[in-house]
Design a protein around this ligand. Structure first.
Ligand SMILES: Cc1ncc(COP(=O)(O)O)c(C=O)c1O
Length: 371
């Protein structure tokens, strides 16, 4: 039996009649870019998160860019973030002309912590950008306190964490702005690119709406330079259909995580961090495998069994060629470097069957018991 890392077919199969109908409606309406389908989704997503505003944008990357542009972050400014994340987090900081300042991760949660952020703050720092990696919220209360103490903005990179919560509060509703991705691998996924910025700040929301549309505050009038970061109606219509299922899908991922946790417990593997105050939504179910060559060995073994897995992420961002000029030497952020050599994500998509999960568990067991 093969088990892909992610299988969207089943999810789409059950929703296809609704999605086809929505495509027909959007096509007939001609509301292809922004317009009423986007507005409806924005209202639904804001309500889901309990925030005042959701601003639909073209991708998670553009959500981060738009957020920083709306806050006036640019050349000469620093944004403190994690070295262990998808490239877009730091790429967006560099694209607005600011400097990403990388801090190391907590090796257990893979997220950055307030105490490390504190040490990276300078008089050029304008914002903190924590990432809720794999669907686990960063420890937000201390981060918010640090930001407040230093007068900094907090931009949550919630791209992987729609549905996650920290002390009962949805991620994306805690910082000054939350940035979401609806890329097809995400827990709430469009059928193409899409994203959203979320905020309780009326002024920031207005700026975001302008910036996603070239900076226009009304037709043909551009007080600032923005971009084309608009969400389209077809994506919004799909997202409106999927949003009511998000919590159930997250719960299914959590059930898979629970079973993995029990079944893999006695193996030489570290399963993900779970804590009662953080509702993990397992966009990735990521284990850590210590020992030279062991992670890659497990990956090859899984692949030989027809099981999908993936390394998120094989190189931390401070060691990427485009950031060499920032001067981070090998060993400068040791936990991020070590994680990139040891992490492996296993299938945990909501519709994964019991048989499929058994197959993964047995294959992982075989690998360790054969050692
Ligand atoms: C942590 C993180 N930030 C940002 C992004 C960028 O999102 P998108 O691919 O929608 O541009 C992603 C998505 O892959 C991500 O995982």
């Amino acid at each position: 039996m093969t088990v892909p890392l992610l299988d969207l077919h089943q999810q789409h199969e059950s929703l296809m009649p609704q999605i086809r109908q929505a495509f027909d409606e959007v096509a007939r309406s001609g509301q292809f870019i922004l317009g009423r389908y986007v507005e409806t989704f924005e209202q639904q997503f804001a309500e889901y998160l309990g925030v005042k505003h959701a601003v639909g944008v073209s991708s998670g990357t553009d959500a981060l860019l738009a957020a920083m542009m709306a806050m006036g972050i640019g050349p000469g400014d620093e944004v403190v973030t994690t070295a262990f994340t998808f490239f877009a987090t730091a790429g967006s900081i560099a694209r607005v002309g600011a400097t990403p300042v990388f801090v190391d991760i907590n090796p257990r949660t893979y997220n950055i912590e307030a105490k490390d952020i504190e040490g990276a703050i300078t008089d050029k720092t304008k914002a903190i950008m924590p990432v809720h990696l794999y669907g686990l919220s960063a420890n937000m209360d201390p981060i918010m306190k640090t930001a407040e103490a230093h007068g900094l903005k907090v931009i949550e990179d919630a791209a992987q964490a729609a549905g996650a919560r920290c002390l009962g509060r949805p991620v994306g509703s805690i910082g000054d702005v939350g940035c979401f991705s609806f890329y097809p691998t995400k827990n709430l996924a469009g059928m193409g690119d899409g994203g959203a910025c979320t905020t309780n700040d009326d002024e920031l929301a207005q700026k975001l709406r302008e910036i996603r549309n070239h900076g226009a505050d009304r037709a043909d009038h551009f007080p600032v330079v923005g971009g084309n970061f608009r969400l389209d109606g077809l994506q919004a219509a799909v997202l409106s259909i999927k949003l009511p299922h998000l919590d159930r899908w997250c719960d299914q991922r959590r059930e898979h995580a629970d079973l993995y946790g029990k079944e893999l417990e006695e193996l030489a593997i570290t399963t993900p961090f779970e804590s009662h105050d953080r509702h993990h939504v397992y966009n990735q179910y990521t284990v850590r495998v210590r020992g030279k060559g062991m992670r890659d060995g497990l990956r090859h073994h899984l692949s030989a069994c027809g099981i999908g897995s993936r390394v998120y992420y094989p190189a931390p961002l401070h060691r990427q060629p485009c950031f060499t000029h920032l001067g981070y030497d090998p060993g400068s952020l040791p936990f991020a470097e070590e994680a990139s050599e040891q992490v492996l994500s296993l299938p945990a998509f909501p519709e994964m069957s019991v048989q499929q999960q058994d197959e993964v568990i047995n294959c992982v067991r075989d690998f360790f018991l054969a050692e």
